[in-house]
Each structure stands twice: as C-alpha cells, then as structure tokens.
Design a protein around this ligand. Structure first.
Ligand code: NAD
Length: 484
C-alpha cells in the first residue's frame, strides 16, 4: 500500500478567527488510513474553550468588523484569492482526502481540481443576485434588501468535507456572514488545508474559524445563542436533533440529510448505457455518498437481464489500495462503517433478498476496511435494505408492475434527495419527473451540476445549497419603506 504524505503547516494549532492558536487541551484526533488501518497522523481536537473562542471572534467580527461592511466586490476579491490558493494546494487536498476517507486518488484528483470553481461559480452567481430591489408604494418606495444572517455555524460530515464545507462557506462568506465551521473528527485534514489556504487569502480577523471537534462540542456550538444560523450536513438522525435544538431557540437552520435514491429503468433504456452509469452513481466514495442511486426499479420483464448485467459489472470492479491509480474503488472509511454495511447485508439476506454478487469482505485485503460491491436481487420495497440508508457499495434491484407502480415505489421512502429515470423518451421522462418527490431528478443520471441548487424533499432536508438559492440560506429579508 502507498504511503503518501499529508503536509500540514500548523499540525499543533487550531484555526480560530483567522489565527493559528494553541488548543486549550492536548487532546488529539488520530487519522486512520482506511486502506491499511494504520494511524497516519494526528491533529488537535477543539474542546469547549476553543469553540467558545471561535464563536466570540465570529460574533465580534460580525458586529464590529469590516467583513459585513465591505462591498460585495471587495469580499469577492478575497474569495477569488482563496480560490487561487486552493488551486495551488489541489494535490495536497487530494492526498489528504484519500488518506482520511480512502476514496481513490484518481477520483480525488478530479474532485479537488474543481474545488476552486465552487468559489468562482459562487462569485459569478453573487454578481447576478438581487441583494436589493426597489418598488414604488403609495407615498414612496419599498426597498427589499437581503442582509447577511449573522454568525453561521457550519457542521460538516466526513464523507466529502471539502465540497460540503465549501458549498456552505462560499455563499455565507460572500453575503457577509462570519463563520465557525466544524468538520468531523473522522475527516478534518482537507478542512485544515482549506484553512491554510484561507489564511493566505486576506480574510479579516475573526471572519472564519475551522475547528475540528466531536459532536459534544458541536452540540454546544449549535446551542450557542451568539450563533444566528446553523447549516448542517449529515445524517437524518443528527439533523432531526439539530433542527429541534435550533427551533427551540428560533435560530435559522438548514439541513442537508440522508437519501435512499431510486433509479427507475424504463423498458426502452439501453442496458449497455444504464449499467455503467448505475455502477458509477452507486459506488462513488465506496457508496458513501448521500446522492447514491441505491434502489434500482425495473420492470418484471427486464429484471433478470438487468440483475445479471449489474452483477457482472459490480463483480468486475477492481477494489484495492486507494492510492493505486488503476483501481476503481477503495475501502469504507472505518471499521464501524463496515460493520454497519455488513449488518445491513445480513438483514437483507435474512429478510429474503438474494445476493447476486458481493456481500463479503474481499480476500487478500485484510488490513483495511474493504467490502465487496454488492448487488441484491429479489428485494421488495418494504425490506430494511430498501428503506434505510446503508452508506456503502450495496444496491437493491426492485421490480415494478407498470409506470404508476414505479413512481409509487420511488416515492415510498422517508427520503427525497436524488432520483434518476433511464429512458430515451423525453416526454415520458418529464411526466414522471413531475411525479417524483425529490430535490433532483435526472434523465439517465445526468448531473448534478455544481452551479445548480441541491437538497432534499421530506426527511432528506430543508433548504437548497448551491445555485442562487444558496444565498437565501444566509440572508435575512428586510423591507425599508422610504417616503417620497
Ligand atoms: P453525522 O450526522 O453522524 O455527522 C455529521 C456531522 O455532524 C459531524 O461533523 C458530526 O460530528 C456532527 N454532529 C453530529 N451530531 C451533532 C450534534 N448533536 N451537534 C452538533 N454536531 C453534531 O453524519 P456522518 O456520518 O458524518 O455523514 C454521513 C451522513 O451525511 C449520511 O446520512 C449522508 O447521507 C449525509 N450527507 C448528506 C448530504 C446532503 O447533501 N444531503 C451530503 C453528504 C452527506
């Protein structure tokens, strides 16, 4: 297995309010590489006193600092500088991500190369966003303004921290908010590198803190009355709790949560086009992606052929050292996640589903947290594996009777994040897309695109990140009536 090195400039400090400060305790998070299960490095753990300091500096910077009072173009210039810094560290970001998550270095390099474009897109969208609109009213005019919401706490999960952190930081910072970002203990490295880049971009003191902490300290953050808005991405269970805490103190909150996304295969869709897309959209980051297409809905007539083709394609996936450029899929992030996936596979079998391929730890890869890509056939939508988010490379093939049944099955889930309909027929696609209750519906699994809004119906969340809609999450509406 490869031994790529993660280069951190401030391995013993925390990035609080734009400064690298010594942590309040000597507690540290160990970063275990999922490909080998060995500890690669450790980073400081933020505790209560560190989090308090981060919130204080964000509050001070919002209430009295320059950032919210700068012009939009001044803030955007700083953001663009940050984008340049990220470009310069793209390889470091890729190595860090593969080290902490185990995603293949091949996919990671592609992903990290576009991180800076999240900022550049955000800046372009901001130029078109209506921060102020005037309209005549009797006796004068009304000016509808969108002002920064204040101090934002951003809580980020482990599966794709750079991207998921940036889609919060970009709109929030552009509109003039100040921020405390809490990455998860499992994957703080990319966010620390983001902080190193931000440090060179010229943000005024206090504007940005990036402090890796465990959930108890995160819980303190969301309860802090000095925080105006909580932006959370993670599991539906944690999101439900965070939403309740925020509602109790009437803090603004947006939630990007889990998914159990369907792919409906209509009979006209060519199998040779469907299968590779399904494989790609269900094995990204070893299936640990919220938007994974994990329920494959197919007609009774086409099911046997699709099950066979999917099983063959899944069995051909090369699993191994994520730093090896020739492999297709790395390990799961940790032993806990692999146990969880194994538990679901056992439940699926117990409830009567049939493993068409996979279902075990691969032979010859004993050191890391590997699991075979797994296809379940003969699944019914009431089974646990069809209802709950597995967060691993496991898909279920479910048969439908007709198109109405396909739509009903697609919607028969507590989630509503992503969906795909495979067909060559544009009219049928548009008709069905209108009946699916999900934040994204894509023909033949096209997209999602970084400049478009993304988010969920039902228990997949509240609010949309990305696109112009993201600015709404970080602004308050104020109407100013001015006499003529
Ligand atoms: P998680 O809910 O366990 O944790 C997410 C983050 O929240 C972590 O930083 C964690 O430390 C923190 N956290 C948990 N409880 C908290 C609390 N009470 N107060 C403050 N912070 C708290 O999720 P995870 O296992 O890290 O990530 C996987 C989940 O994230 C999956 O369910 C996945 O679908 C979801 N996800 C959703 C999206 C989306 O855009 N909808 C994107 C990626 C991941």
């Amino acid at each position: 297995m490869s031994q790529s090195v993660v280069r951190l400039k401030h391995a013993d400090r925390l990035y609080i309010g734009g400064e690298w400060l010594p942590p309040s305790t000597d507690r540290r998070f160990e970063i275990v590489h999922p490909g080998t299960a060995d500890i690669r490095l450790s980073v400081p753990e933020a505790r209560e006193a560190d989090m308090d300091r981060a919130v204080s500096s964000a509050r001070e910077a919002f209430d009295h600092g320059a950032w919210p009072r700068m012009s939009l173009s001044e803030r955007c210039a700083c953001m663009l500088h940050w984008a340049d810094m990220l470009d310069a560290r793209a390889e470091d970001l890729a190595v860090a991500y593969t080290t902490e998550i185990g995603a293949t270095i091949r996919s990671t390099r592609q992903n990290m190369a576009y991180m800076s474009s999240l900022i550049r897109h955000g800046v372009k969208l901001a130029e078109a966003f209506a921060f102020e609109e005037e309209m005549p009213v009797p006796g004068g005019k009304a000016v509808v303004t969108k002002e920064p919401v204040g101090v934002v706490a951003a809580i980020v999960p482990w599966n794709f921290p750079a991207h998921l952190g940036l889609i919060k930081m970009v709109p929030a910072l552009i509109v003039g908010c100040t921020m405390v970002v809490k990455p998860s203990p499992e994957a703080p490295l990319d966010m620390i590198l983001m902080a190193e880049c931000a440090d060179l971009a010229g943000f005024p003191k206090g504007v940005l803190s990036i402090v890796q902490a465990d959930r108890d300290v995160g819980d303190r953050l969301i309860r802090d009355l000095r925080v105006d808005k909580v932006s959370f991405t993670g599991s539906t269970a944690a999101g439900r709790h965070i939403g309740a805490v925020c509602m109790d103190r009437v803090a603004r909150v947006s939630l990007e949560l889990g998914g159990k996304s369907p792919a409906i295969i209509l009979d006209d869709a060519p199998m040779e086009a469907v299968v590779p897309r399904l494989v790609r959209m269900s094995t990204l980051i070893s299936g640990q992606a919220c938007m994974s297409l994990t329920r494959v809905l197919v007609s009774e007539a086409k099911a046997p052929a699709l099950e066979e083709a999917l099983a063959a394609a899944y069995a051909a996936i090369r699993i191994g050292d994520p730093f090896d450029e020739t492999i297709d899929m790395g390990p799961l992030i940790n032993a806990r996640q692999r146990d969880r996936v194994e538990g679901y596979v056992a439940t699926g079998t117990r409830q009567g589903a049939r493993i068409a391929t996979g279902g075990r730890r691969p032979t010859g890869l004993d050191a890391g947290f590997f699991f075979e890509p797994t296809v379940f056939a003969g699944v019914t939508n009431d089974m646990t594996i069809a209802q709950e988010e597995i967060f691993g490379p496991v898909i279920s093939v479910i048969r439908y009777r007709d198109e109405g049944d396909a739509v009903a099955l697609a919607n028969d889930t507590p989630y509503g994040l992503n969906a795909a309909i495979f067909t060559e027929d544009a009219d049928r696609f548009r008709d069905m897309a209108g009946r699916i209750r999900a934040g994204t519906v894509a023909q033949n699994a096209l997209g999602p695109q970084i400049n478009m809004p993304f988010g969920g119906f039902k228990q997949s969340g509240i609010g949309r990140e990305g696109g112009v809609e993201a600015f709404e999450l970080y602004t308050e509406v104020k109407v100013i009536y001015q006499a003529a």
